[in-house]
Design a protein around this ligand. Sequence first.
Ligand code: SF4
Length: 347
Amino acid sequence: MTVLDRMPADNLASRITDGPTGYSGVDGDEEWAAEIRRLADLRGATLLAHNYQLPAIQDVADHVGDSLALSRIAAEVPEDTIVFCGVHFMAETAKILSPDKTVLIPDQRAGCSLADSITADDLRAWKAEHPGAVVVSYVNTTAAVKAETDICCTSSNAVDVVESIPADREVLFCPDQFLGAHVRRVTGRENIHVWAGECHVHAGINGDELADQARNHPEAELFVHPECGCATSALYLAGEGSFPEDRVRILSTGGMLEAARDTGARQVLVATEVGMLYQLRRAAPQVDFQAVNDRASCKFMKMITAAALLRCLVEGKDEVDVDPETARLARASVQRMIEIGQPGGGE
Ligand code: SF4
């Protein structure tokens, strides 16, 4: 008997429709949540949800967090099936760290404009122009790019990773130009070449916008999440002085939630994908959390809908696979990062 056979006759799954922006037709209500939990148990699956997922997805998941933290949880939990509610490179990272487990993503079309800004072919060609250079890649990259990488990094440890490389070695840093510029500024290193990639979601956060926000909200603090590719432009601009330094807090997701509970500020501006606001408001309802850029919503993250997750558990799709040699090489670049220091959580 398949999982589908055990579904109620008038089942929710019959309402799922597919379209260019993803699966829809099902509400993330209590009936749906109960069905999701039932199907997850039947499959022996753990549900992981990234911080920028829709509230209903976060609420039904076993664990919510950053991509790297979730990938490490995926490797540790006893379940053999991991359902990764996030974008594709994140599910790939979980597969890289758990090669013997089945990793499912509710919609494999959920990509990432930052990860897609460099391919493995692009990177091979770039390396050929700079023989002997050390390649440092942000975790928001595909498995194939990680396999061509010497050391991965997150925004939390990008400076440490680059500083661990002998000063006379050239560095190729990809794919995020804002994080690369931040690292170049902090390390003072001139032999670092930065790939011109960016996340489309937050390319709109600019210095004028941040300075305006500082003027219009004179009492507010600014929380910037460094492990988020989409917040690296804000990280760069905050470092440039677009927002008064004493009111800027660069925080991991966990740190952001702690700071939300402890802050004396009545208002906090948040420079990251808007999905994070859901957790912050829940953690500290007395604080007025506002997005620096309320257009900063990732359409790829939001493709993981209630309907997509239901379809995933009913059909056992979409499975994420990484060929073993690519996974081995990619895993080595992640391991080197972990050996250098505190990696934080990834995006
Ligand atoms: S917010 Fe930007 S970096 Fe994050 S998954 Fe979406 S496109 Fe990629």
